[in-house]
Design a binder for this molecule. Structure first.
Ligand code: ADP
Ligand code: ADP
Length: 228
């Protein structure tokens, strides 16, 4: 589904963020990318939706070289959730969630019905929360809206960059359980960045353990835990 072939990213200042990366993620697989800050995880993610371009190598999505796909069209196939989800402050939770379907030209009623369904799926009762504004939500609730919004147009791929990194540990654990339940229902192809090895092991079907610009290990949780 997602395939990296000898991908290197060198920034203009000479920093090699990612060095000759090759790996494959299967359809419906949840891969966690774990490692210390600065080892290239975010760079890896941003190349998948063409926020940045590789210096060399190529990335295939469903067998198609993403360099040949229009970035706007590409991003419709990819949901993206970051650490501090940026919600539109003047839109309600329901309208925030319906953003992408609205952009895609869905009828308003259909977009809102879909948004309500997604809010329900991430554990926010649409009747209670749909008409609220982002500032009336807790941090954990905002991240849930971010996940719902990313899924609203039903993209096959989900990129998550420390989505639960800024919430307190108790909320984080709840978000993790909910996300596992959600993923069991929707089965997206997921790349999930975290610097927390426990989170990586708990969520990942496989775990890509990063060192400086490289993946040093790419295995299921049991193997990663069993490693010396
Ligand atoms: P991680 O997500 O693992 O923290 P990043 O992919 O953000 O790592 O960064 C990898 C390396 O690339 C780091 O050394 C970082 O400083 C560098 N880097 C990231 N973005 C840029 C940029 N726009 N320009 C120059 N260097 C960058
Ligand atoms: P969490 O543990 O999920 O981070 P918080 O302690 O931030 O929760 O919030 C507790 C409850 O208060 C939540 O149900 C949230 O909806 C509500 N809440 C937080 N901020 C506001 C606000 N500005 N207006 C209305 N309700 C709020």
């Amino acid at each position: 589904m997602i395939r990296f072939e000898h991908v290197t990213k060198r920034y203009p200042d000479g920093t090699t963020a990612v060095d000759d990366l090759s790996f494959e993620v299967a359809e419906g697989e949840l891969v966690t990318l774990v490692g210390p800050s600065g080892c290239g995880k975010t760079t890896t993610m941003k190349m998948v939706n063409r926020l940045i371009e590789p210096t060399s190598g190529r990335i295939l999505l469903d067998g198609e070289d993403i360099a040949t796909v229009d970035p706007v069209r590409l991003r419709r196939r990819i949901g993206y959730v970051i650490q501090q989800v940026g919600l539109f402050p003047h839109k309600t939770v329901l309208d925030n969630t319906a953003t992408v379907p609205a952009l895609l030209g869905w009828k308003r009623a259909k977009a809102r019905a879909r948004a309500a369904e997604l809010l329900d799926l991430v554990g926010l009762d649409p009747g209670t929360f749909g008409d609220r504004y982002p500032e009336q939500l807790s941090g954990g609730q905002r991240q849930r809206v971010g996940v719902a919004r990313a899924l609203a147009a039903d993209p096959p791929v989900l990129l998550m960059d420390e989505p639960f990194g800024a919430v307190d540990p108790v909320v984080r654990e709840r978000l993790q359980s909910e996300f596992l339940r959600l993923q069991a229902a929707v089965r997206k192809t997921v790349l999930f960045v975290t610097h927390d090895i426990e989170e990586a092991v708990r969520l990942g079907d496989r775990i890509a353990v990063y060192g400086e610009g490289r993946i040093e290990q790419f295995d299921p949780p049991a193997t990663v835990l069993g490693a010396p």
